[in-house]
Write a protein that binds this ligand. Structure first.
Ligand SMILES: [Zn+2]
Length: 271
């Protein structure tokens, strides 16, 4: 009996993030023959392919979906030019990939997207039963003023308007125990945010959103021409770099396809 009590006490004292699992899904890729709109010359990087990720985080019986990939209407089609100068390919939709793991949209407690561009909210409309975690400024841009922000495509997320929405005003501890934090990093869009995870075996890990698209963007501190505020982006880069130093976190640039090709994909996971 004493032994059992000791085991229970030991389990109770394990770190709060011990149960956190991070799954990475291939939610397509985008090819840009010309990358100059990202604030880089075509000579400054040889990268032309951007990976498009989706992530599922499981923590103490709760689930957070971070990023919802390319539009699900693109899934299952071969590489094609979706608009001039942009080629896309999306093999299997995130909904089908979750179904392979016996997970339905109704099983997702929270959704949060780094921002509301088409390659991050492509399946958002499927998650009307989840609570959306969104910065006030992103909510205003995506839901109230989308006409002034032509990069936003409300058809991808308009069903969320009447779903459960938790408005954020800055950084937010998702599960209340420090395991998974949304960190405000505006500039790419008005309410852009990144995700900081504390994983027991992997360590601290930061998911970049579109703070940087390329390693060269980070090295050279370049901002895409389509960012809503370049100066604000540079401030966010400074904030996040300081946080990376402070926490010792590894940064995954989400669109880095070379990196993504080396990472485990669901149903394998990081913990
Ligand atoms: Zn993106």
């Amino acid at each position: 009996m004493k032994k059992l009590l000791l085991i229970i006490l030991l389990l109770g004292s394990s770190p709060a993030w011990a149960a956190t699992k991070l799954y990475l899904f291939d939610c397509g890729h985008i090819n840009f023959p010309d990358v100059s709109s990202f604030g880089l010359s075509n000579e400054e990087t040889s990268v032309r392919d951007l990976f498009v990720p989706c992530y599922l985080i499981e923590h103490d019986g709760k689930r957070l979906l971070w990023e919802a990939g390319l539009p699900i209407s693109m899934a299952g089609k071969p590489l094609h030019e979706s608009q001039p100068g942009m080629w896309v390919e999306y093999k299997k939709s995130i909904l089908d990939q979750l179904a392979d793991m016996h997970i339905t949209p109704g099983d997702i407690d929270f959704t949060a997207y780094s921002h509301f561009h088409f390659d991050h909210v492509g399946a958002a409309n499927a998650f009307t039963q989840s609570t959306l975690l969104i910065q006030q400024t992103e909510y205003d841009a995506a839901f109230l003023n989308a006409k002034d922000n032509p990069i936003f495509d409300p058809a991808l997320y308009d069903k969320l308007h009447n779903s459960s929405i938790q408005i954020l005003r800055g950084d937010h501890d998702v599960f209340g125990d420090g395991a998974v934090k949304i960190v405000s990093a505006p500039g790419h869009t008005p309410g852009h945010q990144v995700l900081l995870l504390n994983l027991e075996n992997t360590g601290a890990l930061m998911l970049s959103g579109d703070l940087y698209h390329f390693e060269a963007s980070r090295r050279l501190k370049r901002t895409p021409v389509f960012n809503t505020d370049a100066a604000e982006t540079i401030s966010s880069m400074a904030k996040i770099e300081a946080l990376l130093s402070e926490t010792g976190a590894t940064l995954w640039i989400e669109h880095n396809k070379t990196l993504a090709d080396t990472l485990r994909k669901a149903p394998a996971y990081y913990d």
